[in-house]
Design a binder for this molecule. Structure first.
Ligand code: 5GP
Ligand code: ZN
Length: 152
């Protein structure tokens, strides 16, 4: 949620979905994470996995968050397999600010036929706007090393 959202008392839509206070159906929920179908799917399967507690984006994460990120990723793989998709052929990733539109961390879980070439590009890992778990872990490790270096 942005400062503007807070000032205007605008609730975070993904917080509301994750706590079950909207009509959106959750395809998975536990104490830490929730999953639901994207309202505007980019492919045959397009699920969003979010932390239940508000986390803004990949930019606010640290290496301490890696277990949560791994859990989100593993749940994405499980949901893809349940729907008959090969996770290796799927697109799991995070849009990197400013290329995101919702300021509540969400893992896109995109499997099956893509709806357009533009969507293929939008969810293509290795691009500066779309990061997979491996890239995110490397970025967080680098950030920690830089912070440790700055403290010396
Ligand atoms: P981003 O652009 O931030 O990476 O992705 C945000 C995603 O959230 C988009 O794919 C968009 O379709 C989805 N989205 C936005 N608002 C809602 C909503 O109210 N419900 C659901 N289910 N998905 C949403
Ligand atoms: Zn939120």
């Amino acid at each position: 949620m942005t400062i503007i959202d807070r000032i205007l008392c605008r609730p975070c839509i993904f917080c509301a979905i994750a706590d079950g206070s909207t009509p959106t159906t959750l395809v998975y929920k536990d104490d830490e994470i929730a999953a639901f179908n994207d309202i505007n799917p980019a492919a045959e399967t397009h699920i969003l996995i979010v932390p239940v507690n508000h986390v803004k984006s990949v930019k606010t994460m640290t290496t301490d968050d890696i277990p949560l990120l791994e859990k989100m990723h593993q749940k994405g793989i499980d949901l893809l397999k349940e729907r008959g998709h090969d996770p290796e052929q799927s697109r799991l990733g995070f849009h990197v600010p400013p290329f995101n539109t919702v300021d509540h961390l969400h893992l896109h879980v995109v499997g099956g036929a893509m709806k357009s070439n533009f969507r293929k590009l939008k969810y293509e890992t290795g691009r500066m706007w779309y990061m997979d778990l491996t890239q995110l872990q490397a970025t967080l490790d680098k950030k920690r090393r830089l912070q440790e270096g700055a403290r010396l």
